[in-house]
Write a protein that binds this ligand. Sequence first.
Ligand SMILES: Cc1ncc(COP(=O)(O)O)c(C=O)c1O
Length: 304
Amino acid sequence: MPLPSLPASRFEGGCAFADGAYVPLSEAKISLFDWGFTRSDATYDVATTWQGAFFRLDAHMDRFFASLEKMRLSIPYTRAELREVLHGCVRTAGLQDAYVAMACTRGVPPRGARDPRLAQNRFYAYALPYVWIASPEKQAAGIDLHISSRQRIAPASVDPTVKNYHWIDLVQSLFDAYDLGRDTSCVVDAEGCVTEGPGFNVFAVQGGVVHTADHGVLEGISRRTVIELCEKFGIPLRIAPLPVALLRGADEVFLSSSGGGVLPIGKVDGRALPTFPGPVTRRLQEGYWALHEDPAYRDPVAYI
Ligand SMILES: Cc1ncc(COP(=O)(O)O)c(C=O)c1O
């Protein structure tokens, strides 16, 4: 599906793809009546490019198509066409290090209709300059992670393995964190175990063992990279419910996200961790970025 690329100047700072065409970000629009907006009835995914190549794009597209199916949404593009659209956004924006989103909303059902089957689903994509969960400077200074007592929406209500916009719990936990002078937050499940935060999975390292939650979370692609790196490096890994006490008593804590990879945590609830950045976190962080050189995970953008 050849799609035209437009002159780069209009696309300074990013490029969107909506209604079948590349448009400058300021021209990308969604209806006020789209259920994606009024009901969070949408799914999305975020891939990245680093130094001119997508990282693990196949994994992101697999997760996006799986989410579409679980949500009973569909897009009018094949996998090859989706890949071309995402490459096109990055190419048109001329970005080397990019945040590349793909989203599908339920759309607008006929006026007055309450039946989601009557809505025409909408597909959007866009590329922006790479977005960090926390800047490298903030990471070096030590991110202070607030463990919120707010519960993540129950997995029985919203399947967390579908990447979704049900973020009210996460956003409110961020307000709590900022009120306390902390940098970011994570939320718990009904049993009080740590789940995830706004845009990231959470890991604790205790006695050389890496721990992360087994359920109630988005199965992050960066989380998967961390799991695979642990296997590769022979670092013991336990994927099980993550009690708050384990996080508070950990030797090291880190986050994983496409927004920065492996991000070391300096403090939990204002208390400095004993090792920061700890040796396990650093090894995984180096491993994460080294994988960006691996041809198996790189999908280079053909710039004009
Ligand atoms: C709620 C949530 N958990 C975890 C993640 C991390 O996923 P990934 O590693 O695929 O970026 C994200 C990413 O945005 C997220 O929104």
